[in-house]
Design a protein around this ligand. Structure first.
Ligand code: SF4
Ligand code: FES
Length: 360
């Protein structure tokens, strides 16, 4: 029997006032009328606590677009779960902050699209959004909550990493996350306009290293690098079916946020099965759990229980085979695809397709 997951990622809704072109949500977003009800989520939170999950991350889309967010936080907190909200902050009014605080929220991660208002609003597709985020950060700090600020970087804003870190510092962040775009969903669709050059990556690396040195002991800087220039892949989700269980707005239980792109899977619904049954016995979670499924390059590698063969969704997106070694790995037979993708992005137009709920 697998040990219980560490965290539950509750994607409450795919609705979002912003339209970031690097969003990792699937292109086929869940429509509002397919979302789980409050009662469904309360039951899922009960099951999460019972199975031994420690943390719940309320995510989306924009989780604050759900009117029942505070009720869900309250319920999770009452079950002893550590509660985190991953939000754009544009809906975090004084009243919403007070309600969440009363409900027992532990932590809020606030995303920014850039260091300044003009670019931030442009990349977020939401006029006035950056100013609202500054207000949200102030409310979080005044409430006495720890603040993590998150900045997603890409070819069109990588020069401003220093200014982003300065903003995170000025806002009183305990933690600043500088995350290169991950190429799933809308990010993959827009990859040619987002993938940074090697020179940009090196410059960002240097800025982050200097800031870490300067802020040591005061602010933690998490840095997520782009797989495309790596020699070894990331341990995506800490391993498939190993640490996290992701619930989509319509109730599908997924080993990662992008898993619905994988063909040949039937993802179980929390409407029909318990988290315990899904975690312990569903093919969707068992298929790539552990090391038995690994192709030869990984099976013979001493990093196989460190990165777990990388990312299944990236293997599918780039190599066309979810069971292949992640092409980000220099040992992968398909590693050359990364250089091809980098070459394709060089000099490509910068036009971005904004993330939108498609009306079917
Ligand atoms: Fe990781 Fe597989 Fe590459 Fe080894 S061969 S580093 S396990 S992806
Ligand atoms: Fe699905 Fe990495 S995003 S396994």
């Amino acid at each position: 029997m697998a040990p219980p997951p560490l965290g539950l990622i509750a994607e409450l809704t795919h609705r979002c006032p912003l339209q970031c072109a690097y969003c990792s949500n699937p292109l086929a977003l869940d429509m509002p009328d397919s979302e789980l009800s409050t009662e469904d989520w309360l039951r899922v939170l009960d099951e999460a606590a019972a199975i031994g999950i420690l943390q719940v991350h309320f995510s989306g889309g924009e989780p604050m677009a759900r009117r029942d967010l505070a009720a869900l936080v309250r319920h999770a907190a009452a079950r002893g779960l550590y509660t985190n909200i991953i939000t754009s902050g544009v809906l975090l009014s004084d009243a919403a902050m007070a309600e969440l605080l009363d409900a027992g929220i532990d932590h809020i991660q606030l995303s920014f699209q850039d260091a300044g208002a003009a670019d931030g609003d442009r990349f977020g597709g939401y006029r006035g959004g950056h100013a609202r985020k500054l207000e949200a950060a102030r409310r979080i700090r005044e409430a006495g909550l720890p603040l993590t600020t998150n900045f997603v970087i890409h070819r069109q804003n990588a020069e401003r990493v220093e200014a982003m870190i300065a903003l995170g510092e000025a806002l009183g962040s305990e933690r600043i996350e500088i995350a290169h775009t991950q190429y799933y969903g809308w990010g993959l669709l827009n990859r040619n306009a987002l993938l940074p050059s090697f020179a940009q990556l090196e410059q960002a690396n240097a800025v982050v290293a200097a800031a870490r040195e300067r802020l040591r002991g005061r602010i933690v800087i998490d840095y997520v690098v782009p797989d495309y220039y790596a020699a070894r892949p990331k341990a995506c989700m800490g391993g498939w079916g190993n640490r996290f269980i992701n619930i989509s707005p319509s109730g599908k239980a997924l080993p990662c946020h992008a898993a619905e792109t994988l063909p040949g899977f039937v993802f179980p619904s929390v409407r029909e099965q318990s988290l315990t049954a899904i975690w312990a016995g569903s093919d969707a979670f068992l298929r790539f759990r552990g090391t038995d499924w690994m192709p030869p390059a990984c099976a013979s590698c001493d990093r196989r229980e460190i990165d777990w063969g990388g990312c299944r969704c990236q293997a599918l997106a780039l190599a066309g085979d979810a069971a292949a070694t992640d092409p980000a790995c220099a040992r992968a037979p398909d590693h050359h695809l990364m250089a091809l993708a980098i070459g394709e992005a060089e000099g490509a137009p910068l036009d971005l397709v904004p993330r939108r709920l498609k009306q079917s």
